[in-house]
Design a protein around this ligand. Structure first.
Ligand code: 13P
Ligand code: SF4
Length: 333
């Protein structure tokens, strides 16, 4: 079924900038559109709570790729950022993949431009290239294996001990994995704006004020922050840890969207977002938060914006992603 037709210039801003009738119950309308169009909504934990609540699947980058690879829906509506929707398109090239706002990029992916990475790679011709999924399709196409924060350690460990490795684009995740595995890795020096601005000083003060709280952190955080952590893991890892820990209070160092699921799963526990180095109390990803319920509704109604990709690029980029999925399956991830 094709969507309601939008005017030709409708995507000038990267999203449909239409007025939505404020009396509409968007939850109901989105549910209707899902059924009508056989569409599935995949949402990352950093999306706003309303979007998480209407999603068919909420997860981390690995879970979202696994879902995108196996869904039998005709349309994948990706409530996340561009590299995630692109990964879904690479894994399901014959499906229509929609992203509510094409401007939803990623500061980390932006730190690794393809032309500069190609020159970097040339300096290490005998190295295996492992790239974090938070990268563009052009970068994935230059890689041997893709990884996420859930499987990075296992993917590195799946290689022979003497294998020379380039890891990118996140230098913090790379340093964490190198430390965990003891492998010698050449790191691309990229980082995420959200995970880099946690304040060590404010976290230390907060820990002192909440001595019973456990401090849990995403491996995209800097080493000095990770050194304070009781647990380090991907968003799914953090969520599972918080649910299963006998502790009642947690200071959470990652994008604050995850706290919605933590609070839903463990309503009797207290989750405190780790404070950043600015005047805000919590740390939102400006890219993830570009998606809104209104944009999600419009994108499903008009089937725009759609993520379109060159077929040759898909063919190259799918190999390292499939390798990641194969290795993850072997490790039961
Ligand atoms: P995960 O959800 O895979 O841990 O990734 C976090 C992230 O920064 C996504 O952009
Ligand atoms: Fe990218 Fe960081 Fe936002 Fe994740 S939180 S999408 S790594 S900018």
């Amino acid at each position: 079924m094709t969507g309601t037709v939008a005017p030709a210039n409708s995507l000038e801003k990267g999203y449909l900038d239409y007025q939505v009738d404020p009396t509409l119950d968007l939850f109901e309308e989105i549910e209707k559109l899902k059924k009508e169009k056989n569409a599935v909504i995949l949402a990352h934990y950093y999306q706003e709570p309303d979007i998480q609540d209407i999603a068919d699947y909420i997860g981390d980058s690995l879970g979202l790729s696994q879902q995108a690879a196996k869904t039998d829906a005709d349309i994948i509506v990706f409530a996340g950022v561009h590299f995630m929707a692109e990964t879904a398109k690479i894994l399901s090239p014959h499906k229509k993949v929609l992203l509510p706002d094409l401007n939803a990029g990623c500061s980390l992916a932006d730190t690794c431009p393809a032309d500069q990475f190609a020159l970097f790679k040339q300096k290490y011709p005998d190295h295996t290239v492992i790239m974090y999924v938070n990268s563009t399709a052009d970068i994935k196409a230059m890689s041997d294996i893709v990884c996420t924060s859930t499987n990075a350690v296992q993917i590195v460990e799946s290689l022979p001990k003497d294998e020379k490795i380039i890891f990118g684009p996140d230098k913090n995740l790379g340093a964490y994995v190198a430390k965990k595995t003891g492998r010698d890795m050449v790191l691309w020096q990229g980082s995420c704006m959200v995970h880099e601005i946690f304040s060590l000083e404010k976290i230390t003060k907060l820990k002192n004020r909440h001595p019973e709280a456990e401090f849990i952190a995403h491996p995209e955080c800097e080493d000095a922050v990770l050194k304070l952590a009781d647990y380090i893991g991907s968003t799914t890892g953090l969520l599972k840890y918080a649910i299963n820990s006998p502790k009642k209070e947690f200071i959470v160092a990652t994008e604050s969207g995850i706290i919605h699921q933590m609070q839903k799963a463990a309503p009797d526990k207290v989750f405190i977002p780790a404070p950043p180095n600015n005047n805000c109390a919590c740390n939102d990803c400006p890219h993830m938060k570009l998606n809104t319920l209104e944009k999600l509704y419009l994108c499903m109604k008009y089937e725009l914006p759609e993520v379109k990709m060159d077929e040759e690029l898909i063919k190259k980029a799918v190999k390292p992603i499939e390798r990641m999925l194969e290795i993850s399956a072997k490790y039961g991830l």
